[in-house]
Ligand binder design. Sequence first.
Ligand code: HEC
Ligand code: HEC
Ligand code: HEC
Length: 437
Amino acid sequence: MIKHYFIAAGAAIMTLSAALASAQNAAVDQQLVQRGEYLAKAGDCVACHTAKGGKPFAGGLAIDTPVGRVYSSNITPDKDNGIGSYSEEDFDRALRHGIRKDGASLYPAMPYPSYAKVKPADVKALYAYFMNGVKAEPTPNRGVDIVWPLSMRWPLSIWRKVFAPAVAVDGVADNSPLLRGQYLVEGLGHCGACHTPRGVGMQEKALTDDSTQYLSGGVIDGFLANNLRGDARDGLGNWTEADIVAFLKTGRNSHSAAFGGMADVVAESTQHMTDEDLSAMAKYLKSLKPFKEGTPALAYDDKTHQALRKGSDQSPGAMAFLNNCAACHRSSGKGYDETFPTLALSPTVNAENPASLIRIVLQGAEMPWTHKAPTQFAMPGFASRLSDQEVADVVTFIRSSWGNQASAVSASDVAKVRKQVPEKKTVEAGGIPLAKQ
Ligand code: HEC
Ligand code: HEC
Ligand code: HEC
């Protein structure tokens, strides 16, 4: 009898300690899952892996590549349609090596050449999050809209061998902000996927600062993803670290406001990052030498402002500016801080490639919503109001006023961009102010 009690008590103690251990495990895992969630934001996985109006991470977003249309995969833990049957090793092979569980190579529309920089300890946290912190969705994967023979995946394995870097190892922990910033920018942030120009094989010309091509500007969806190097005219030469942090956190600062693909990056990714990580990224970006050495900085020139006020400049560009733009961006070209961005000395306005300028005038734009800056100021699109020549006139005008120095834009440049502007994407906004809560 006594013996019996003893066994029962022993079993109870066993159960209790097992329960304690598993509760402890759950607590540890929960921390790992949370870290994984943060890293998934830093990597902006949701941006590509969620279709418009679809369930988070269930895939199906169409991504156009030079060979055709690719669809992102379902990366929820659903066993049949997602990555629920993936081991951590399978997950790692896809994330950092670009190889699917069935052995096929992924299209580099998945930025695995950047994610190759992610350290194994962070891969582990990401895996824990995708397995335990994401809701399984049964959305089936879509094939690719690419015609044979380009649809064959084996040439991708050659691409991978030629262009993808070796993957990172954990190594010694280094807490220097500069290295942390480099790690985030090059790796999970995959900033170069948009901001680095691409070569003939569509590979990024550099994946790290061993060439000044790295982050020197690229074109994505018809917008110029600006030069992020130290160039004073068209890069971040005149931005302080604090300016960069403010931009990534709120989508605006006294130099610019986010639009195009960057508005999504701010909304889905960077605004969720800690101030410490944002400062580290800013520090790293500020360490990048200019792409073009020796280009003098621009200085504000008040002549345009005076001429517009006196009405002494009656050129078509000046008139188009006064009639369509000055209400917000002002005749001084300086706009209103964090509301209507400055056009004077703006890197976007002075960039050699006018793609973003033409595009924003035709299509308009709306600032991202962020916790720290919830008012989304918008600029209306002028596609239906201005002819190609008028857009060319006004863009050429802003590129040569207030001290700006950039080349003229022609009506045929505008015509080319107009063909790409999706009609339904045009921001419809009437009246001023256009602030929308
Ligand atoms: C710029 C867009 C983009 C981003 C950002 C992105 N992915 Fe992908 N990902 C894709 C595309 C497109 C595919 C499918 C490629 C193909 O079919 O060859 C893919 C495929 C995958 C696969 C392979 C799925 C399978 O069927 O084996 C995994 C796993 C994955 N992504 C995880 C991630 C994670 C985790 C992140 C964030 C750290 C991320 N992706 C960020 C575009 C993206
Ligand atoms: C999906 C493509 C994409 C990715 C990824 C991306 N950017 Fe951008 N970025 C853009 C585009 C397009 C612009 C130009 C529009 C604008 O100024 O908001 C831009 C503009 C910027 C600007 C403003 C530059 C200026 O002179 O006005 C900064 C700063 C910036 N990006 C930083 C980053 C950082 C840091 C990362 C990585 C964490 C990153 N971007 C990732 C597309 C991208
Ligand atoms: C109703 C106010 C308004 C009017 C009118 C307007 N804009 Fe804007 N503009 C904005 C706002 C707001 C933004 C920021 C949009 C964003 O970040 O999504 C902006 C952004 C820009 C930018 C990008 C600047 C940067 O670096 O972020 C350029 C260039 C620009 N506008 C040019 C023009 C031109 C040229 C016209 C006239 C044809 C014009 N705008 C008319 C409000 C306006």
